[in-house]
Design a protein around this ligand. Structure first.
Ligand SMILES: Nc1ncnc2c1ncn2[C@@H]1O[C@H](COP(=O)(O)OP(=O)(O)OP(=O)(O)O)[C@@H](O)[C@H]1O
Ligand SMILES: [Mg+2]
Length: 239
């Protein structure tokens, strides 16, 4: 389980997160919703150690990992699928996947098995394995970006706006992939601006506003869309 305790973080002297606490239970799928510039990506970067927590703590399986460097957090099972569907544009799909396993490049047999399972899961990537990643569609790039993260054998994926700039049909496809991955035991923290998608697949919703959690609910509790919209778009301050 991942636990964030009163995280304060930012860039230089600018504070972006003003005391964020949230929990992601093992096997859970927790969504973090919020508008542009509210600190969603900053929070994910703090979890993987790209941004330092100035106050508060990031706890993984009961252990404070504030001082663990980013590359070692990957070894602990945390993997960030960054915003913008970033891939190495000039490299082929296959080479991009290999990059995801770079830290265990000596394990040739394990890597071959993992690439095969990524291709089984994302059939389109197999078809396009020799194509430069820059030539892929947005949906394919998102799949590649997730596939590359999987090559690190994570236990928890931090997805930063996977549905952004995709057609509704492709968003559904990505959502189905997330649900299928969850069936394998992976845990998810999903950052989204697509409220519908988050409500469809998450079991818990948090809304962040101005670097603070403004609202949170179990999805099963019957989230009132009106209420959610109010916290999401502005108006109320705290849940
Ligand atoms: N490297 C950086 N240096 C300085 N300020 C930054 C940096 N990255 C982000 N910020 C600022 O921090 C604030 C929060 O940014 P963040 O990227 O976390 O927002 P976000 O919720 O992910 O937004 P979006 O939905 O647009 O991706 C913004 O005001 C942004 O301009
Ligand atoms: Mg962002």
């Amino acid at each position: 389980m991942l636990k964030l305790n009163d995280i304060v973080a930012g860039y230089g002297r600018t504070r972006i997160l003003h005391g964020v606490s949230l929990e992601v239970p093992q096997g859970g799928l927790v969504a973090l919703l919020g508008g542009n510039g509210t600190g969603k990506s900053t929070l994910l970067k703090t979890i993987v150690g790209l941004v330092r927590a100035q106050e508060g703590s990031v706890e993984l399986a009961g252990r404070n990992i504030n001082d663990v460097p980013t590359e070692n957090r990957a070894t602990l099972g945390l993997s960030l699928v960054p915003q913008g569907k970033e891939v190495f544009a000039a490299m082929s799909v296959h080479e991009n996947l290999l990059m995801g396993a770079y830290h265990r490049r000596a394990d040739k047999a394990g890597i071959a098995d993992d690439i095969e399972s990524v291709y089984q899961r994302f059939k389109r990537l197999r078809e396009r394995r020799q194509v430069p990643a820059g030539m892929l569609s947005g949906g394919e790039r998102q799949m590649l970006s997730i596939g590359r993260s999987l090559m690190a054998r994570p236990s928890m994926l931090l997805l930063d706006e996977p549905s952004a700039a995709l057609a509704p049909k492709v968003v559904e496809e990505i959502a189905d992939h997330i649900l299928a991955l969850r069936q394998t035991g992976l845990t998810f923290l999903l950052v989204e601006q697509n409220v519908g998608m988050a409500l469809d697949i998450a079991d818990h919703i948090h809304v962040i506003r101005g670097g603070r959690i403004a609202y949170q609910r179990e999805v099963g509790d019957g989230i009132a869309m009106e209420e959610l919209r109010e916290f999401y778009l502005g108006g109320k301050e705290h849940a």
